[in-house]
Design a protein around this ligand. Structure first.
Ligand code: SF4
Length: 327
């Protein structure tokens, strides 16, 4: 039976921002960046989260790591609501949930050697570990992620972008977590390096039964790593399904637009493919559209879409928020 690690129930995440212009920028507004999202994550599974910049996916990731406290709903980790955890319990949970960041170089402290960067979480959680043990563990981990152990005393600027991301992965893995939240981990890397990093994560996952939440802004990257895919638009979950269903039985018009941009390996098919361009900008979450959040850019939108909010519907673990799917 699949082991449930994480359950997110009706999760909304808020930001307080200042509105007005220049000197008059003093009015505070509470903005809902994530709106009532529900999903589950099982041991060894990868959930891809996809959507345009500003759709709330990184905000969601930060909430899972306890970095955004202004929220409603619940985040349940191994059966316990993380909001209700005390300091020590939360410290143990954070040991199990690690993160890999988008910009590999910027996420590493330039004044620390990579050995110290990778060892830092160990020093926090195992303060009695001696320096010999620390060095051994760090070098083992460096080897695991494809870095030469004798580079332990080098600094981040001496490494390429792909190598820096390997350092970030080593740091995230050193505590043997159960889940790694990967926030656009390959978007700052060259395409050839992207594949290497994705393959590395897949291999590590096979060895350790690790679960991953893999955030990206397009479906082509999550395609190679995800068991299930969650599509977000303007803070809302618009479609969630397993990998095959999302790619072969796409339901929501927004997912269809994202799908049309995924390159097809056959040059003939790719050449004749019709890309469904989305018109207009992503609306502001401060003032979202009435009814369906996607209606201002949806080619199928009609009056009903402006009046009513589509609820998630579907079957066989494939759910989507749209009135027109079966029309
Ligand atoms: S509910 Fe209407 S606006 Fe929303 S995605 Fe479906 S057709 Fe488009």
């Amino acid at each position: 039976m699949k082991e449930l690690l994480l359950e997110v129930k009706d999760l909304s995440v808020f930001y307080t921002i200042k509105s007005g212009e220049g000197f008059f920028q003093n009015k505070k507004i509470k903005m809902k960046a994530v709106n009532k999202i529900n999903f589950k994550l099982y041991k060894g599974e990868t959930l891809g989260i996809v959507g345009e910049s500003g759709c709330g996916k990184s905000t969601l990731a930060k909430a899972l790591l306890g970095l955004n406290k202004d929220l409603s709903g619940s985040i349940v980790w191994l059966g316990k609501n993380i909001e209700k955890q005390g300091k020590q319990e939360w410290k143990n949970t954070r040991k199990d949930i690690q993160m890999i960041f988008q910009d590999p170089l910027a996420s590493l402290n330039p004044r620390m050697t990579i050995g110290d960067i990778i060892a830092e979480p160990l020093k926090i959680h195992f303060p009695n570990m001696n320096s010999k043990e620390l060095k051994e563990k760090v070098q083992q981990m460096m080897q695991k992620v494809g870095l030469l152990p004798n580079l332990i005393n080098r600094y981040p600027h001496e490494f390429s972008g792909g190598q820096c991301q390997r350092i970030g992965i080593a740091r995230a893995l050193i505590l043997e977590p159960k889940l790694i939240v990967c926030d656009e981990p390959v978007s700052a890397l060259d395409v050839s390096i992207q594949a290497q990093v994705v393959n590395l994560l897949k291999n590590l996952q096979e060895q350790t039964q690790l679960s991953l939440i893999f955030i990206a802004h397009d479906l082509s990257i999550v395609k190679h790593i995800s068991d299930r895919v969650l599509v977000m638009y303007l803070g809302n979950l618009v479609e969630i399904a397993n990998y095959e269903q999302i790619y072969n039985e796409t339901k929501h018009p927004y997912t269809k637009a994202l799908m049309s941009a995924v390159p097809i390996p056959d040059p003939k098919v790719e050449k004749n493919k019709k890309i469904q361009l989305l018109e207009g900008e992503l609306p502001s979450p401060i003032n979202p559209p009435s009814g369906c959040v996607f209606r201002t850019r949806c080619p199928l939108a009609d009056e009903e879409c402006a009046k009513n909010i589509p609820m998630l519907q579907g079957e066989n673990e494939h759910f989507y928020a749209c009135f027109k799917v079966n029309d």
